[in-house]
Design a protein around this ligand. Structure first.
Ligand code: GLA
Length: 724
C-alpha cells in the first residue's frame, strides 16, 4: 500500500480506494501533493520538475522573488506536511519548538523515512491498532535545535482512513520546550468546502453546525480540559453540494479526550490549510535531553460518495481499530439504571423493588448509579470516598438479588473528582487541582482532583481496586461531572504548568488503562454530565458512552442522529426515561438506535407500559446485535433539515433491516414514501408496517409507504424488514 519512487522522491499511500502522496523536495520539506480518491499511478507529480521547482500542485500563481525563499523554496504557498514556524510561512505551523535562547523558530527538514506493517504504538495514549495497516514514518530534524520529529502516517487496507501523528525527540544536551505540538497538518489545494462541527452544551450535545469555510482563520476547539459538550472533536468538511450519498467529504477526529483545536486557514493563495491536535492554549511541554513526546493520533476519513460513506468508515474504524474492549462484538445486555428513578434517595428495599420491576422490562444488567458510597446523599458530599455506605445500602444483598434473577450488576464511579466535604479532601487537600490559590472554583459542589499527580491516581486506583476485589461487578459507569478550571498542579514546578492540561488526560488514561487491564471483563461506560466526554480516546477503553442526560425525543432525536454521523450506534448510550412529551414506545424506538436501556421509577409503570416496553426489548433481543450493533447505518432524513428524522440499519448479510422514522411537530395529511438503502436488490423482505413482501429494489426505488393523515408530535414508525 505504501510505495516510494526513489528517483521522483514521491511516497504514495494508496489502498486502491484512497490515495495520499508526499513529495520530498530539494529543500527537505514534505509537500502534500495529493489526497483524495486512489490514483494508483503517482508519476504525474514528477512531470516537468526541475531542481528547485515545486511538485504539482502548488498554490502560488506568481513566484515571488523578493522574500521568503530558503534553499530556493518558498514555503508559504505550498501544500506541506509541516509548515516551518518563524519563517515566511504564517499559515499556522502544527509544531513550535523553543530553544534555550527563547527562539520560536522551528524548521524541520527531512532526514530519512521507513515503511512498516502495522500502526505505531503511542506510549501512554490510546491509539489505533489492527490488521491490514501500513505506516510511513518520516524522520525530520530541526535546522538549529537538536530535536528530531517523527511523522507517522498510516493507511488501512479495508478502510478509507489515514491516521497521522508526531513524536519529538530531544537528542541534544539542552532542554527545549514544545510550545505547540499538534497531531497533523493537511493542506488541500481548494477551499470551497463547508465545515461541519458539533457544538452544544449540557443536554444539547452535538448540535449540527454547518458553515462555509471562510477566508482567514476558523477554529473548532475545547479549552475545558475535556473534549466537552461545547464542541466535539469530530468535524468534517464537505463539498457544498454533498449529500448523504454523493460528493466529497473529509472527516476528522482525534483519539484524545482533552483540549483540542481544529483550525482552518485560507490565505491569499486560496488553499485550505488545516491543523489539528492538542489545543496550544496554555500548552508548553519541557523536553529534557533524551526525552520524547508523543502527540495523540488524528484520524482522517475520506469519502468521494457522500456523508454516509464517511460515517460508515468512522463506525468501522472505531469498532475495529480504536476500541479495545474485548467483548464489544458480543450481545450487550439490556440495561436498567437507577438514576432518574430515585436519584440519591434510596435504600436497600427500594433498590430490590427496582430490580424486581426492572426484570419485567426485559432488563439484563442492573446499574446502581450515584449515591452508594461515603456520605453521598446529595451532590454536596462523598466524592473521593469510594467505600460502600453500609448504613444506606447492603450491596452484597443487592448483588445477590440480581444474580438470583439472572441479572448482571453495575455501579457508578466518578474517579477524577472530590467533594470538599469528603474524607479524602480532609486528609489530602493538596490532591486538588489549583490547590494553594485563594479560591478554587466549585462546580456541582466538587473540585477536580489533580490527576497530573501520579500519587493521586494511585490513591483512587487503590480505592477502586479494593472495592472491585470485594464486589465482583460486571459494569462501571465512569462519570466526569465538571470541566477543568484552575489548571495548576503543585506537583510540578512553576515552569512546567503548561503540561497540566495534557497530564490530566494522561492521568485519566493511566487509571482507566490499569483498571481495564486488571479487569478486562468489566464493561466500562463513559459519561461526563451526559455526553461531555464523547470521544475516540474514551472509546478506546469504553465500548459505550452515555450520550446525553437529555432523553426526551424533542432534543434526543437530534443528539442521537448527529452523534451517529461520527460514532457507531453500538457506543451511543441511550435509555428510555419517563419524560412526558412522548410515548414510551417512541422513546423506546429511539433508544433502540443506540445501546438500549431504561432509567425511570419502574414501580410506577402500568401493565400497558410494561407490555409496550418489553415488546421493544424483544425487538432488541432479536435484531440488535446483527442489525444495529454490527450492521451498516444509513441516514435517510436529517432532523436538522426538516420536521422528521429517518435512520436505517442493515445487517451485514443484508438479511434484515430496522428502520426508524420519527416526526417532530404535528403534521396533517402527509403523503410520503421513504426510500430505503443498502438492501440486497433481489432479496425479498417482509416488512412489519403492512406485512407486505417486496424486493429490495422495490423498497429502495418505490419506498415504504408511511403516508398518514394525522401525525402527532414524535409519532414514529419502527419497521423491521426480514428476508423471506
Ligand atoms: C451525571 C450523569 C447522570 C448521573 C449523574 C449522577 O449527571 O450524566 O447520568 O449519573 O451524573 O450524579
Amino acid at each position: 500500500m505504501i510505495r516510494y519512487n526513489k528517483q521522483a522522491r514521491i511516497l504514495a499511500l494508496d489502498n486502491g480506494s484512497i490515495g495520499y502522496a508526499i513529495y520530498i523536495n530539494d529543500a527537505g520539506y514534505l509537500e502534500t501533493v495529493y489526497f483524495g480518491k486512489s490514483l494508483g499511478d503517482y508519476s504525474d507529480f514528477t512531470c516537468a520538475r526541475k531542481a528547485g521547482e515545486y511538485a504539482t500542485p502548488r498554490y502560488s500563481v506568481a513566484e515571488g522573488r523578493d522574500v521568503g525563499y530558503r534553499d530556493g523554496f518558498k514555503a508559504d504557498c505550498a501544500p506541506l506536511e509541516i509548515s516551518p514556524h518563524g519563517l515566511t510561512d504564517k499559515r499556522g505551523a502544527p509544531v513550535i519548538i523553543r530553544g534555550e535562547d527563547g527562539s520560536f523558530i522551528t524548521d524541520l527538514r527531512y532526514r530519512s523515512h521507513r515503511r512498516y506493517k502495522g500502526a505505531p504504538e503511542i506510549p501512554g495514549l490510546p491509539h489505533a491498532h489492527g490488521e491490514g495497516c501500513e505506516t510511513a514514518q518520516f524522520v525530520l530534524e530541526d535546522r538549529a535545535l537538536k530535536v528530531r520529529a517523527h511523522l507517522y502516517i498510516s493507511i488501512f487496507a479495508d478502510k478509507d482512513v489515514i491516521v497521522k501523528s508526531f513524536s519529538f525527540e530531544n537528542y541534544g544536551k539542552k532542554r527545549v520546550k514544545l510550545a505547540r505540538a499538534m497531531s497533523m497538518q493537511l493542506d488541500l489545494p481548494r477551499a470551497d468546502y463547508d465545515l461541519v462541527h458539533f457544538g452544544g452544551r449540557w443536554s444539547k450535545e452535538r448540535d449540527y453546525n454547518c458553515n462555509p469555510v471562510v477566508d482567514g482563520v476558523q477554529e473548532v476547539s475545547s479549552n475545558l480540559g475535556r473534549s466537552s459538550a461545547e464542541e466535539n472533536p469530530f468535524v468534517f468538511i464537505k463539498e457544498k453540494k454533498a449529500s448523504f450519498d454523493s460528493g466529497e467529504v473529509i472527516g476528522f477526529n482525534l483519539i484524545y479526550s482533552g483540549n483540542f483545536k481544529f483550525r482552518t486557514f485560507v490565505g491569499p493563495f486560496r488553499g485550505l490549510h488545516i491543523t489539528y491536535g492538542i489545543n496550544d492554549e496554555d500548552f508548553e511541554w519541557a523536553l529534557a535531553p533524551g526525552a520524547n513526546f508523543y502527540t495523540p493520533q488524528a484520524v482522517i476519513a475520506y469519502s468521494a460518495e457522500g456523508i454516509d460513506k464517511m460515517s460508515q468508515t468512522f463506525h468501522r474504524f472505531i469498532r475495529e481499530n480504536a476500541m479495545t474492549y474485548v467483548h464489544d462484538r458480543e450481545y450487550k445486555p439490556v440495561l436498567f439504571n437507577s438514576w432518574e428513578g430515585c436519584y440519591f434517595n434510596f435504600d436497600t428495599d427500594l433498590i430490590l423493588s427496582y430490580i424486581d420491576d426492572a426484570c419485567k422490562l426485559g432488563t439484563e444488567l442492573f446499574v446502581l448509579d450515584d449515591g452508594w458510597f461515603g456520605a453521598r446523599n446529595s451532590d454536596r458530599a462523598g466524592l473521593g470516598d469510594w467505600q460502600v455506605n453500609k448504613s444506606k445500602i447492603d450491596l452484597h444483598r443487592v448483588m445477590a438479588h440480581c444474580r438470583e434473577r439472572g441479572l448482571r450488576f453495575g455501579i457508578w464511579f466518578e474517579p477524577e473528582m472530590v467533594n470538599p466535604d469528603s474524607d479524602l479532601f480532609r486528609a489530602h487537600p493538596e490532591y486538588t487541582l489549583g490547590w494553594g490559590l485563594d479560591e478554587i472554583s466549585l462546580s456541582r459542589n466538587q473540585f477536580h482532583l489533580d490527576f497530573a499527580n501520579p500519587a493521586v491516581v494511585d490513591n483512587i486506583y487503590s480505592q477502586i481496586k479494593a472495592f472491585l476485589e470485594e464486589y465482583k461487578v460486571d459494569y462501571i459507569k465512569w462519570d466526569y461531572n465538571r470541566t477543568v478550571a484552575e489548571h495548576i498542579s503543585r506537583a510540578y514546578p512553576a515552569d512546567r504548568q503548561g503540561e497540566i492540561y495534557h497530564r490530566l488526560v494522561l492521568g485519566y488514561y493511566s487509571l482507566i488503562g490499569r483498571l481495564t487491564r486488571d479487569y478486562p471483563d468489566i464493561m466500562i461506560e463513559g459519561c461526563a454530565s451526559g455526553g461531555g466526554r464523547f470521544d475516540m480516546g474514551t472509546l478506546y477503553y469504553c465500548p459505550q458512552i452515555w450520550c446525553s442526560d437529555e432523553s426526551d425525543p424533542a432534543q434526543r432525536i437530534d443528539i442521537q442522529f448527529n452523534t451517529s454521523l461520527g460514532y457507531p450506534l453500538s457506543c451511543i448510550g441511550s435509555h428510555v426515561n419517563d419524560s412526558k412529551m412522548a410515548s414510551y414506545s417512541a422513546k423506546a424506538a429511539l433508544a433502540l438506535f443506540g445501546t438500549y436501556g431504561y432509567e425511570m421509577n419502574p414501580n410506577l409503570l402500568t401493565e400497558g407500559e410494561i407490555a409496550e416496553l418489553s415488546a421493544t426489548a424483544e425487538i432488541y433481543r432479536a435484531h440488535h446485535n446483527a442489525v444495529i450493533e454490527n450492521g451498516t447505518l444509513y441516514h435517510i432524513c436529517a432532523p436538522y433539515e426538516g420536521n422528521y428524522m429517518c435512520m436505517q440499519c442493515v445487517s451485514s448479510d443484508k438479511s434484515a433491516s430496522v428502520v426508524l422514522f420519527m416526526n417532530k411537530l404535528k403534521e396533517l395529511e402527509r403523503y410520503r414514501f421513504i426510500r430505503l438503502k443498502g438492501l440486497s436488490a433481489k432479496k425479498r423482505y417482509r416488512n412489519t408496517l403492512d406485512g407486505a413482501v417486496h424486493t429490495g429494489d422495490y423498497y429502495m426505488n418505490v419506498g415504504l409507504n408511511i403516508s398518514d393523515t394525522w401525525l402527532t408530535e414524535f409519532n414514529h414508525r419502527l419497521i423491521v424488514l426480514t428476508e423471506e
